[in-house]
Design a protein around this ligand. Sequence first.
Ligand SMILES: Cc1ncc(COP(=O)(O)O)c(C=O)c1O
Length: 439
Amino acid sequence: MKTDRSRQMLAEANQYLAGGVASSLRAAMKPTPLYAAGGKGARVYDVDGNEYIDYLLAYGPLILGHSHPLLNEKVYQAMQKGYTFGLQHEGEIALAKRLTEILPCADKVVFSGSGTEAVMMALRLARAYTGRQKVVRFHGHYHGWSDAIFTSFPSADMKSQAAGSAAGEAVPGTGGQSVNSLEDVILLPWNEPDVLERTLTERREEIAAVITEPIMCNSGCISPREGYLEAMRKLTEQYGIVLIFDEVITGFRLGLGGAHERFGITPDLMTMGKALAGGIALSAVAGKNEIMNLVAEGRVDHLGTLNGNTVSTAAAMAVLDELGRDNGAAYRQMERIAGQLAEGIRSLMKKYNVNGVVNQPGPVFHMMFTDQQEVAHFDQFGRRDAAKYGLFAELMLDEGILLRPNGLWYVSAVHGDKEAEETLKAVENVFAKRPEFTA
Ligand SMILES: Cc1ncc(COP(=O)(O)O)c(C=O)c1O
């Protein structure tokens, strides 16, 4: 694989673009951050002429793959009338209505541009609703990069990392973050019902919200223990605490109704982004009337110049149409291919005596190298060999497979058997050729 042109472009970018890349995580790709020339379906092409099967999928949004014909058509049509007006338009009503029909937790929605903004809004709603200040969040979860919630985030592809916060103290995740910004954050281990119960019981008068990824996708795709989310729902209800499911990854990925529909648990608020508009900037908060009506009552401000613009709402409608088509055919396809990949990787690990774990709750999964039998807790996730996976991702690039260097794989509705087969062949090539993966 040649990456000369990407390297040259990075050098050029560094002269004008701080850090060379447009989001810090992207700097981690080895041997060099790649420059895209284009993408089609499940494949992406770089400026050196290399072709890759894409499991990065732009960090999750490309649920219909690259340049999907329906998405292109709907976005193009919307653009002919104008991109954004600062006036209201039919598309935002249609999308809001559709979301309330699809999402069990949604009486009403508000739109924003990124997952980070959606989380900001959800926290604001929770504080205004309860009149309390504190927010419970968990180790290993990521809720965007706003000062109020960004704490030491243990991603293998994050360069700037504050010292760990395992002792329970939320420490700023980056230089420049207000040192007071996390005073209202209570950081807990996830998947530990007793700790949750104790904390919520003792501090119920202060706690506005509990925010959680329903599956810990950002650290190992770890599923909730049986009964954990149910207990979380029960306790928050009992104490009048707002339960926020951050479904920026799981939303529209684990099913049209996201993880909360799959688990049959209705949070008070849900955040969504990424897959919602298939790669066009759009996020949203959905929730029950009692809370969402704070906006209508003028008690909570919700702002944003480009919120709900015609292009992003048209894109989201196209995504939802496509994902809902043929009674969920897209989900059956994604689940099947992701299952095939996860199972295939596990059997190749066995065949080549490679110690590792694949956690695969759906069309997003985490592959890691570790001596442990399972990774079901954040502490176990912390013991994986992150550097070894970084090397694996680099070698896979050489085989024509684009992976996120931290181990998270996304599968789109247009990944097929051919892609899965080529990918497993590539995994086998790496395991067969490289002794460092063998135990
Ligand atoms: C669960 C979760 N919440 C929030 C965010 C922030 O979303 P964005 O990057 O669109 O601001 C992310 C991004 O990865 C996420 O995974």
